[in-house]
Design a protein around this ligand. Sequence first.
Ligand code: ADP
Ligand code: MG
Length: 236
Amino acid sequence: KLAATELEIQQLQAKYEEINADEIKIFKHFPLSQKTQKALAEFKYTNPTPVQRESIGPALLGKDVLGAAVTGSGKTLAFLIPVLEHLFINKWSRSDGVGAIIISPTRELAYQIFETLKKVGKHHDFSAGLIIGGKNLKFERTRMDQCNILICTPGRLLQHMDENPLFNTSSMEMLVLDEADRCLDMGFQKTLNSIIENFPPDRQTLLFSATQTNTVQDLARLNLKDPVYVGYGNGE
Ligand code: ADP
Ligand code: MG
C-alpha cells in the first residue's frame, strides 16, 4: 500500500507542470489524489468554477496565489483542494503537526470552511480543528498541536499564539487568508501582522477575497512571493 501511495504521488507531481487551466473542464482533468477525487465525485462537484480552474494549478505547483472572485464563486474549494493535496503529496501524518492554517474573518465563515473541509477531506486522514472562540468548543476536543489543518478567526488564533505554550506553528507550510479584504476592513490588520510574524517565512500563501482591493495588494506586497493573480483581469 505504501508503494502504491508513493507511485500515486510521483505520478501526480509529474503532471503539475502540464496543467493548463483552459483545458480543464472537469475536476477529473486535474491531477488530484484519488482520495480527493472520490470525495468531489461523492458530493457532486463535477465541474470546477472559473476561480477553481485558474487557482488550483498554480497552487499545486507551490506558488502563492492572490485570487479575487465574487461571493458564491467557489473560493473555498479553490484553496481547500490545494491544502489537502499539499499535505497528501508531502505524506503529512497526524504526528507532523500543523501543516496549514486557514484564516477567516468571522466564526460563521470559518465554520462553513470547516464543514466543506469535512466533505472534500473525507477520505484523507488529516486532523482538522476549528479555532473560533466563543461557545464553540469543538476544536478543544482535539488538541491544537495535533491538528494538521487549523481554521481560525484572527483574534482567537493570535490569542493561542500568545497564551498557549503547546501551540507551535513552525511546521506550518501553507497559509490561507479567506476574505482577505474583509479581514482588513474589520480592523484585523494589526492582528494579522502579529500572526504572520509568528509563521515560518518560507511558507506558501493563498489569499482570496471577493474584491480586488489596495489593502489586499498591500498585504500581498508584504507577504507574497511573485504571486499568481487570478480574477484580476488581463495585463497583471
Ligand atoms: P465563495 O467562497 O466564493 O463565496 P463558496 O466556496 O462558499 O463560494 O461556494 C459557494 C457555493 O458553491 C457552495 O454552496 C459550494 O458548495 C458551491 N460550489 C463550489 N464549487 C462548486 C463546484 N465546482 N461545483 C458545484 N458547486 C460548487
Ligand atoms: Mg468564501
